[in-house]
Design a protein around this ligand. Structure first.
Ligand code: F6R
Length: 611
């Protein structure tokens, strides 16, 4: 996590770096800092969000044509002024920012302490920086050489950017396991954790790979590997517009992203799904179709909301493709020595494409002969590049920390993959296949309908905002939606919420039910519906407050519910793309009513690039 920005060129660096940091705050926001050069290295840093740093240095002479900046999500050391980045080396000559974790920092720290070093912060970053400075001093070498030597000793993940007081034009950058993009301008270069800090200046970018080191000057970009061999930078053209990363009149990114879903689901289907022709075009999937059909099993690997999308997909793939599917938390899968056989297909699901656990999990599986398919939102991200093939979700930049539009786009892509494979395999009857294609094409419209009929959710939020706990229940395709609804509420409003399969509730959670507990049923009309209605009755009989997401016109569920949120009728396979929407809005409005910072919930970060 953490966001990093850099600039070297003829413009004033500070405004570029600060604006870039604001765009990267979704990656972490517990402290902020910048290093500039104005005859000497100047470092300004502070606990808190970017705006707080800005306010604290109003009136300071910030003139500089080079700068690096950092917005932090704490790993080593509490959020504080002294743990904020950039860190300065013992001599004060070097300044460095870092995203990632240096796993062997204790060992390096001990070596440095034995040589007389002391430390101003609790961070692994300061240790690495002084380690680099020590090598530079001892070997009497360039900073670039010292970085290369130091990184050969380092285990863990990093993107680092360094400035040297004696070289006011050059930024040295290196990456392993955390993202780094370099924007190529005319006589200037930009650096960022993603491309958002550079969008208004250049569309030409280089995605730096693991174990690469960049020497970045205004009119020069040199890329090398750790063996000191030059690599030709591969310059790619970005196709993101600035408007996509701005709020566009909405109060929060989260709300904007919820309301973008008719368009994002449409964008995801566009050019792939042709219901009239009965086709789904996905070239990456087509290429591996035979291996998927013959797979011993498919393993969905993901974290958080993306893991919930994997759970929905498990049901869909088993139903439509008759292939055994398992869904794994990446963080468990990567460490528990799973049995991976040559015929296994792994589907990695990730919005950011940078989640460290998911990345390492698929790397391990790939090394064991599995085929890796990526369902990823961020184009060119590490998971996308690690995959053999896959399908982008095309949801556009998701900036609100709570994932919304990425989830529905993931479901749309996974449904298309399942339909395609099931059709080729012959496990979906032709008429059902064609009906599902047609209904899938209608989903963007139905999402729009759902949003239009959501006026009452703000009032519901007011009514339930003081609840201490929530229970979310669903069965079948709607069970993962219950989990997702509970996760959204927890992260945005800090209210404790649990998602459960509705039937499992009798085996424990029912003990929690009383007149104070709101119980949210995800109860759209499907093959489990009668059973869910019985579960509602069980809650009502114990005086629980039933709130339901129901299909339009479902009087039975409405009669059992104190409050309802309505979605249009849809095939049960497609229903999660609709039933999740009221739950996103409910979490948003409850968070808002409780005065929470919904776009930047406490302790969270958008992109979890540490394990
Ligand atoms: C929840 C949320 C997280 C992410 C998780 C995986 O709203 O955003 O749970 O879903 O961190 O992130 P990606 O999808 O980027 O791998």
């Amino acid at each position: 996590m953490c966001g990093i920005v850099g600039y070297t060129g003829p413009r004033e660096a500070y405004p570029i770096v600060i604006k870039g940091l604001k765009r990267l705050e979704y990656r972490g926001y517990d402290s902020t800092g910048v290093a500039l050069h104005n005859g000497k290295l100047n470092v300004y840093k502070k606990k808190g969000k970017v705006a707080e740093l800005e306010d604290s240095i109003v009136g300071t002479n910030l003139h500089s044509h080079i700068g690096i900046g950092h917005t932090r999500w704490a790993t080593h050391g509490e959020p504080s002024d002294r743990n904020a980045h950039p860190h300065q080396s013992a001599s004060g000559q070097l300044a460095m920012i870092h995203n990632g974790i240096i796993e062997n920092y204790n060992q390096l720290k001990q070596e440095l302490i034995n040589k007389g070093y002391s430390f101003r912060s609790d961070t692994d970053t300061e240790v690495l920086l002084n380690f680099i400075e020590e090598i530079k001093k001892n070997n009497e070498c360039s900073l670039e050489e010292a970085v290369r030597v130091a990184l050969k000793r380092v285990t863990g993940a990093y993107v680092i950017l360094l400035m040297d007081e004696s070289d006011p034009e050059t930024i040295i950058a290196a990456r392993k396991g955390s993202p780094l993009v370099i924007g190529v301008g005319k006589g200037e270069h930009f650096l960022g954790s993603d491309a958002s800090p550079m969008l208004e200046y250049t569309k030409e970018v280089v995605y730096v790979n693991d174990y690469e080191l960049a020497i970045v000057r205004p009119d020069e970009l040199i890329l090398k590997n750790l063996g000191n061999e030059k690599i030709t930078p591969y310059v790619q053209k970005l196709d993101i517009e600035l408007a996509a990363i701005e709020k566009g009149g909405y109060e929060h990114f989260m709300l904007k992203e919820i309301y973008e879903q008719p368009q994002t689901v449409y964008d995801c289907l566009r050019g792939r799904l042709d219901a009239a022709a009965g086709t789904i075009t996905m070239s990456g999937i087509q290429q591996y179709a035979e291996q998927i059909i013959n797979a011993n099993r498919i393993v969905m690997v993901a974290c958080g909301t993306s893991w919930h999308a994997g759970l929905v997909a498990e049901y869909i793939f088993e139903e439509l493709c008759r292939i055994n599917v398992e869904v794994e938390y990446a963080s468990e899968f990567r460490y528990r020595n799973p049995v991976i056989n040559k015929g296994d297909v792994i589907i990695a699901i990730s919005q950011s494409g940078e989640t460290a656990d998911t990345l390492v999990a698929i790397e391990n599986a790939k090394n064991n002969g599995a085929i890796i398919l990526g369902v990823v939102n961020v184009v060119g991200s590490s998971i996308a590049r690690m995959s053999h093939a896959g399908a982008y979700t095309h949801a556009g930049p998701e900036i609100g920390v709570a994932s919304t539009k990425a989830f529905t786009a993931q479901l749309a892509v996974l449904t298309m993959i399942a339909l395609k494979i099931g059709y080729i395999k012959g496990t979906i009857p032709q008429d059902r296949y064609l009906r599902l294609l047609k209904e899938l094409e209608e989903v963007p419209e139905k999402v729009a309908w759902t949003l239009k009929h959501a006026d009452n959710i703000k009032a519901l939020a007011e009514k339930y905002k003081e609840a201490r706990d929530f229970l979310y229940l669903g069965r079948g395709y709607n069970f993962p939606v219950a989990l997702e609804g509970a996760l959204k509420l927890k992260e945005i409003s800090y209210i404790h919420a649990e998602g459960y399969p509705a039937a499992e509730m009798k085996h424990g959670p029912i003990a929690l039910v009383d007149e104070n507990l709101p119980v949210v049923f995800v109860a759209t009309r499907d093959s489990y519906h009668e059973k869910v209605v019985s579960n509602m009755q069980e809650i009502k009989a114990r005086k629980g407050k039933v709130i339901s997401v129901i299909s339009e016109g479902d009087e039975t569920s409405a009669a059992l519910s104190e409050d309802v949120m309505v979605v249009p009728e849809a095939d049960e396979i497609l229903a999660p793309m609709l039933s999740v929407i009221p739950l996103q809005l409910l979490a948003y409005y409850i968070g808002l009513a409780r005065g929470c910072d919904v776009d930047k919930p406490r302790n969270l970060a958008k992109s979890v690039t540490v394990e």
